[in-house]
Write a protein that binds this ligand. Structure first.
Ligand SMILES: Cc1cc2nc3c(=O)[nH]c(=O)nc-3n(C[C@H](O)[C@H](O)[C@H](O)COP(=O)(O)OP(=O)(O)OC[C@H]3O[C@@H](n4cnc5c(N)ncnc54)[C@H](O)[C@@H]3O)c2cc1C
Ligand code: FES
Ligand code: FES
Length: 501
């Protein structure tokens, strides 16, 4: 398992910025069975360590009889099971997010608080706004919408300077929720007005008590395994354990594949993998940062990537899913992969060397990390620690496009990312192209890059490059698209570079 290229790694430092919720734990579900402690319905609870495959939905519905948490798709697609989770940031403030309980391992809730629609008082502004707009017919989807809106409501309430929502923010909040009978307009209108309604003061007081309890829990139960080194040691001892980050991929292996892992290593809150740092050479994105945070950072740096990135799933999935998970999954339609490839990103891997008693690290270009259909260069004892984007990519122009059957919350049929620099004459001085959905893995398109080098983005050149692209790819036909469609569409996407001529 040792790699000759591995060198002693400096452990990732303290986060410079960890804007999302931070729970500094990497819990080893099988190593030291401990009780799960979390806030639910007005008090801290302590429950027996669950079987690793127990989902939050099963716990809430079956153990707690909370039928407001619905099960429909059981694969993160519809939002019927949405609940809101709160946890403490490093500075002790509450952070809120909606998540899909159906695919979330229960263990994730340790040290956090969980709310379903049943836990909100009738006078809560989100409920009042939805009622006033008559936003429900059969009501099956409604608890999920309540929680999607509630999470962003609380997040806005707890932060100064966000007094209103615009339509885009509301659409983003409910982007993971489906309603088949009411229609979305009244729900959107409720979302737009909920912050203007009087707050539920009793409920807010309860939240203050909850924050105190979570703070006390943090002091009283510092996690024995919060250290990255300990997690890497455990990884080396138990290579068969599932490494779980957001569980938006692994969760489906439980609910749809009916797999039952013997043990899990939950890295979702490991502080050392949730850092976001920039120095003169690298932008370093911790592997366990959620995609909402990562995409905000990338879209700030490259606004042209914004639309592409925000089409990754819906908000609750982005609240959970991580960059490490997108790499670890190595899906040919993993949306982050083409973008990381053209930004010349590298994957930082860490492992524990038991002989030398030290942490070793190595770094691979993303295209060298992805070896084939859901295959990576990750050794059984390694963890993905971070993704590093060289700062020299900052002055490249970037564009990316995703084609899917549905515009929102859908997985790509085809994707294409391009990054380029021009010389003083406006010719392409350097270019990188990568595509998803066109082969057994996300793919660099080097022959097309060679063709476009030294050229301009004029229609004739791009058409020729588009033909070259079609010849360079080997898509398959599946439920999302036929091979012929994928080939044609991907070649045509390249023509969009004409807008950057
Ligand atoms: C409804 C829905 C919509 C989706 N839409 C999209 C989409 O639009 N685009 C897209 O690309 N994907 C999409 N996905 C797939 C999924 O969300 C992504 O692949 C996501 O990035 C996985 O991240 P995760 O943290 O949840 O991974 P997990 O499920 O926790 O893990 C996935 C794999 O990576 C490994 N892993 C995770 N972190 C590490 C680490 N640090 N070190 C070593 N191994 C690690 C795990 O062991 C596992 O093998 C969607 C999924 C769902 C359920
Ligand atoms: S039941 Fe559909 S997202 Fe969970
Ligand atoms: S109210 Fe019936 S599915 Fe939304």
């Amino acid at each position: 398992m040792s790699d000759p290229a591995s060198t002693e790694a400096s452990m990732p430092g303290e986060p410079v910025r960890d804007p999302d919720h931070a729970q500094r734990t990497g819990r080893l579900m099988d190593a030291a069975p401990r009780h799960l402690r979390f806030w639910h319905r007005g008090q801290m609870h302590s429950v027996e360590p669950p079987a690793p495959h127990t989902t939050l939905l099963d716990f809430l519905r079956i153990e707690r009889g909370d039928v407001a948490v619905k099960e429909a798709c059981a694969q993160g697609d519809c939002g019927a099971c949405a609940v809101a989770a709160a946890c403490l940031s490093d500075d002790g403030q509450l952070r809120w997010m909606a998540i899909n309980a159906c695919i979330k391992p229960l263990a994730w809730i340790h040290g956090k608080a969980v709310f379903s629609a049943r836990d909100l008082p009738p006078a809560h502004p989100v409920i009042c706004a939805l009622l006033a707009r008559e936003s429900s017919q059969c009501g099956f989807c409604t608890p999920g919408f309540v929680m999607a809106l509630f999470a962003v409501y609380q997040e806005a309430r707890d932060r100064p300077g966000s007094p209103v929502f615009n339509r885009e923010q509301v659409l983003d909040a409910i982007s993971g929720n489906l309603c088949r009978c009411t229609g979305y307009l009244p729900i959107i209108e409720a979302g737009l007005e909920m912050l203007q309604r009087p707050p539920a003061l009793d409920f807010d007081q309860g939240l203050a008590a909850m924050r105190r309890a979570l703070l006390a829990h943090r002091v009283e139960h510092p996690d024995a395994h919060e250290d990255l080194r300990a997690v890497l040691q455990r990884r080396a001892e138990a290579p068969e354990a599932w490494v779980v980050a957001g569980a938006t991929d692994l969760g489906l292996r439980i609910t749809k594949g009916h797999e039952r892992p013997r043990s899990m290593i939950d890295i979702s809150g490991l502080g050392a993998l949730r850092t976001l740092q920039a120095d003169e050479a690298w932008l370093t994105l911790g592997a366990a940062l959620n995609l909402q945070t990562v995409f905000q950072c990338l879209a700030e740096r490259w606004p042209s990537l914004g639309e592409y990135l925000w089409r990754f799933a819906g908000r609750p999935i982005r609240n959970s899913a991580t960059l490490g998970g997108n790499l670890g999954t190595a899906s040919p339609i993993g949306d982050a992969l083409p973008v990381l490839m053209v930004l010349q990103a590298r994957v930082q891997l860490l492992r524990w060397d038991p002989d030398a008693q030290r942490v070793l690290g190595r770094s691979l270009a993303v295209e060298d990390f992805i070896l084939g259909y859901r295959q990576t260069a990750l050794a059984p004892d390694e963890l993905i620690a971070a993704v590093q984007i060289p700062t020299r990519s900052f002055n490249w122009q970037v564009a990316a496009w995703k084609v899917s059957k549905r515009f929102e919350d859908d997985i790509s049929a085809v994707s294409l990312a391009v990054a380029w620099r021009r010389d003083q004459d406006g010719r392409v001085a350097a270019i990188r192209l990568a595509a998803g959905g066109v082969a057994d893995r996300a793919l660099r398109l080097r022959s097309v890059e060679d063709l476009l080098l030294g050229r301009r983005f004029d229609p004739a050149e791009l058409r020729q490059a588009g033909e070259q692209l079609k010849a360079a790819i080997a898509p398959i036909s599946d439920a999302r698209a036929s091979a012929a469609y994928r080939r044609e569409v991907c070649g045509n996407l390249l023509l969009r570079l004409g807008a950057h001529a």
